[in-house]
Design a protein around this ligand. Structure first.
Ligand code: ADP
Ligand code: VHF
Length: 382
């Protein structure tokens, strides 16, 4: 892990001080003061900080958790329910309270709010993804703070982001934000969970893809869903569009202003990969794969080293239940994930052409969709 200021650290500082688009995510643990209902005093303070950023030229999208917690308080429930429909009901009740609270607070600074509830499906469908992007971009040019949350009412366990860190990262990719600020109840990422190890040390900066980070990032608290593990993964996703991630303590005085002014706050995770094209970020952000394709060593080399498309001849096996155009994961013979891509044939037809040269596809299937099983433009190496 890198500490202190280095070349990439300077890049991160520069981006934080001069970038013009931020995604700020406030987690459940923080918003609800660890379960004691919405912390209205602090929410007012963050709204002031965000309004100040907006006035100084930083367009902010706020990803706010807290719907379930706010709903529980409104309904007078002491314990978090465990059935999906009761959680969804609580979220539906709480979301109105959440947005009403933000709207009232931001109005004091002459700003309005816009409610954007997203599902995983919205972001994996190309058309809906582009619609969400256009709407958010239009809102950013207005005196408006878009407030994003997962659309809990219509999501089930299998298809939900679950934690808002991932959602925050995908929104960062979506609007090509310069920074993703994850405000939480700890002062940043420590080298162990400080709830369990009080002498844990704060990691001040690191590369977003540093493999040692996941080993120290543990689960969340009582209310939070993802803990530090999802925050580190979110930083990796955000890095794909070149964004810097800061994990910081939301209770620190003027935390957002301090980050903006270049003070050393929390954990800064800088992007250490070349940013990938917007369309490929969208591909990389897919959380649900419809199937798997296992490739041989030659195809692995062609994908990783030569930047080629995936041809049926290099495929050993296909599985799952995918249609043409759906997203599948590509693995090598050892089962390691190499890439994700949009496949040109459905699973039945793909299974009939694997191991075959491109010239044989038409005679086997009676038609030829595309010569490649996955075209390079629809493939992202992970
Ligand atoms: N290495 C770590 N450093 C800091 N916090 C950690 C670490 N590992 C696990 N955690 C836990 O992650 C929690 C924050 O995540 P979470 O509860 O999901 O909050 P939020 O709702 O803000 O996303 C902290 O309260 C802490 O107990
Ligand atoms: N969508 C949920 C938030 C999920 C959640 O708690 O996420 P996180 O704050 O990242 O742990 C809600 O509004 O209650």
């Amino acid at each position: 892990m890198q500490r202190g200021t280095d070349v990439t650290g300077n890049f991160a500082n520069n981006t934080l001080q001069h970038g013009t688009r931020w995604v700020v995510k406030i987690g459940s643990a923080l918003l609800t003061n660890d379960g004691k209902g919405l912390d209205l005093e602090r929410i007012a303070d963050w709204a002031d900080q965000i309004a100040h950023l907006k006035r100084s030229g930083v367009d902010v999208v706020l990803v706010s958790s807290g719907a379930v917690a706010a709903g529980m308080t409104r309904l007078g429930w002491a314990a978090r329910p465990d059935t999906m429909e009761m959680l969804q009901a609580a979220a539906a009740v709480g979301q109105t309270k959440l947005v009403q609270t933000y709207e009232e607070l931001f109005q004091k600074s002459g700003l309005h709010t816009a409610q954007i509830l997203l599902t995983h499906e919205d972001l994996s469908d190309r058309k809906r993804y582009l619609n969400a992007r256009n709407t958010l971009r239009a809102l950013l040019d207005m005196p408006v703070i878009p407030i994003v949350n997962e659309n809990d009412t219509v999501t089930t366990d299998e298809i939900r982001f679950g934690d808002n860190d991932t959602l925050g990262a995908l929104v960062t990719n979506l609007i090509e934000a310069d920074a993703l600020i994850l405000l939480t109840d700890q002062d940043g990422l420590y080298n162990a969970d400080p709830r369990k190890q009080p002498d844990a040390r704060l990691i001040e900066r690191a590369a977003a893809t540093d493999p040692t980070l996941l080993a120290v990032a543990g689960d969340g608290g009582r209310l939070g869903r993802g803990g530090m593990a999802t925050k580190v993964r979110a930083a990796r996703l955000a890095a794909r569009s070149g964004a810097v991630t800061v994990i910081a303590g939301g209770r620190l005085t003027d935390v957002l202003g301090r980050i903006r002014s270049g003070q050393s706050v929390g954990t800064v995770l800088h992007p250490d990969l070349a940013p990938i094209a917007a369309r490929k970020q969208w591909l990389a952000g897919h959380l649900q794969m419809k199937g798997e394709i296992v490739v041989d060593d030659g195809a692995e080399q062609a994908l990783l080293k030569q930047g080629k498309s995936l041809l049926a001849v290099g495929v050993k096996a296909v599985s799952g239940d995918f249609q043409r155009g759906e997203c599948v994961v590509v693995r090598n013979l050892k089962g390691v994930e190499l890439a994700r891509g949009l496949v040109n044939y459905d699973v039945l037809d793909a299974s009939r052409i694997i191991g075959q040269p491109t010239g044989a596809i038409e005679s086997i299937l009676g038609y030829l969709n595309e010569p490649e099983l996955i075209h390079r433009d629809n493939l992202v190496i992970v």
